[in-house]
Design a protein around this ligand. Structure first.
Ligand SMILES: Nc1ncnc2c1ncn2[C@@H]1O[C@H](COP(=O)(O)OP(=O)(O)OP(=O)(O)O)[C@@H](O)[C@H]1O
Length: 329
C-alpha cells in the first residue's frame, strides 16, 4: 500500500522521529522538516543522509527533501527585525524577481518602510532592476548597510558583492550563510523586508525558509498548468515550514499588444485564481504580460514607481497586502 505521512514517519529511527516538526508527502515528494539546533555541521549532514536513506525508495516516494531547523533559541532571543515577506515560485522565469522589486516599490508608495533582499544568490537580478549595479554595500562591525535606490527601497543582493557577471557556484550551506548576511544587515527602521527567494522548492529553499522564518509568503505563477503544478509544490514547501501563504499572484496573464492595445492570452488566463481557489488561498491579483514591464525593468525603472495601468497592477497587489502587514507590525 502506498505510504502516507504517518506511515512514512514510522519508517524513521526513533531518535530521528522525535526531531520531526512536519513531514508531508505530495506528488511523490516527501518534504520533511526536522529540529537540528543541537547538532554541529557534520551532525546535520549525517541526519539529512539518514532521513534520505530511510525514506528514499519507500512505496510512492520519488524524492525526499529535508529542511533542518537550527539556532531556534538564538533566533527567539534575538531583537525583532523587520517583518519578512517571502516571494517564491515553484520554478524560474515566471517573474518572481520582477514581482518582488515592484511589490517592494508599491508597498513603499503605501507609506511603509521597505527593504529588499535578493536571495536568488545564483542569479541575482535586483541590482539591475533597482539601477544600483556596481555599488558596493558599506559595512560596520562586519554587518552591511543596504544599498539605497531611487525608489526609497534599500536593497542587498549577492550581485552587489560579486564581480559583474561572475557566476556563483556555491554549495547549499555556503549559500545559506551568504543569505544570512544579507538578512542580518543594518536594516534600521525598515518595517517590511521583501525577500526574493531562489526559484524552486529544493533543500536550499527549505532550509532558508526554516532559518529566517518569513512571517508570510506570496507565490507567483504564470497561468499555464505546468507552472501551476510548481506553484502547488511551493505551497507545500511553505506549509511544511509553517509559513502562511498570504496569497497567489498571476503574472504574464494576458498580453497587451503595444500597437493596438488588444489583450490576448498566450498562456491562458484565470488558472492561478482557480488554483488559489482549489488550494483555499487568497488570490491577490494579476499582472499583465506587457512589453513595457520588461523594458522598464531592464532599464532599472520599476514600473510600480510610475503611473498608468502597469503601476496600478502592482499598487493593487500592495494595497491588498497592507492590512495583513500592518496587523503584524
Ligand atoms: N508581467 C510581465 N510582462 C513582461 N515581461 C515580464 C513580466 N514579468 C516578468 N517579465 C520578464 O520576464 C523575464 C523573467 O522575469 P524574472 O527575472 O522576474 O523572473 P524570475 O521568476 O525571477 O526568474 P529567475 O528564476 O530566472 O530569477 C524578465 O525579462 C522580466 O523582465
Amino acid at each position: 500500500m502506498p505510504h502516507d505521512s504517518s506511515s512514512l514517519t514510522a519508517l524513521l529511527p526513533a531518535t530521528i522521529r522525535s526531531r520531526v516538526q512536519s513531514l508531508k508527502l505530495a506528488d511523490g515528494v516527501v518534504t520533511a522538516v526536522l529540529e537540528a539546533g543541537d547538532l554541529d555541521a557534520a551532525g546535520r549532514v549525517t541526519l539529512e543522509e539518514e532521513v534520505k536513506a530511510a525514506l528514499s525508495g519507500a512505496d510512492g516516494v520519488a524524492q525526499v527533501r529535508v529542511g533542518l531547523m537550527a539556532e531556534r533559541a538564538a533566533a527567539e532571543a534575538a531583537p525583532k527585525g523587520p517583518l519578512i515577506l517571502a516571494v517564491g515560485s515553484g520554478k524560474g522565469g515566471v517573474g518572481k524577481s520582477t514581482l518582488s522589486a515592484n511589490l517592494a516599490v508599491a508597498l513603499a508608495r503605501q507609506g511603509l518602510k521597505v527593504g529588499l533582499v535578493d536571495a536568488d544568490i545564483y542569479g541575482p537580478s535586483q541590482p539591475r532592476l533597482f539601477d544600483n549595479e556596481g555599488v558596493k554595500p558599506e559595512a560596520k562591525d562586519s554587518k552591511m548597510f543596504p544599498v539605497p535606490s531611487r525608489h526609497g527601497v534599500g536593497v542587498l543582493s549577492m550581485g552587489h558583492l560579486i564581480e559583474d557577471g561572475r557566476a556563483i557556484a556555491w554549495r547549499g550551506p555556503m549559500a545559506s550563510g551568504a543569505l544570512g548576511q544579507l538578512i542580518d544587515a543594518w536594516w534600521g527602521d525598515t518595517q517590511v523586508l521583501v525577500v526574493d527567494l531562489p526559484p524552486g522548492t529544493g533543500d536550499v529553499q527549505l532550509t532558508m525558509i526554516q532559518k529566517h522564518k518569513p512571517a508570510g509568503a506570496v507565490i507567483v505563477s504564470t497561468p499555464q498548468d505546468l507552472a501551476l503544478m510548481d506553484a502547488r509544490r511551493a505551497m507545500n514547501l511553505f506549509e511544511a515550514a509553517h509559513v502562511p501563504v498570504v496569497g497567489m499572484v498571476e503574472n504574464m496573464s494576458g498580453y497587451v499588444c503595444p500597437h493596438c492595445g488588444n489583450v490576448s492570452d498566450p498562456f491562458g488566463c484565470g488558472g492561478v485564481e482557480q488554483a488559489a481557489d482549489d488550494l483555499g488561498l487568497p488570490f491577490l491579483g494579476r499582472v499583465p504580460l506587457d512589453l513595457s514591464i520588461r523594458t522598464g525593468s531592464d532599464a532599472g525603472q520599476p514600473p510600480a514607481a510610475g503611473e498608468g495601468p502597469q503601476a496600478e497592477a502592482f499598487l493593487r497587489l500592495a494595497r491588498q497586502l497592507v492590512p495583513w502587514i500592518k496587523a503584524r507590525l
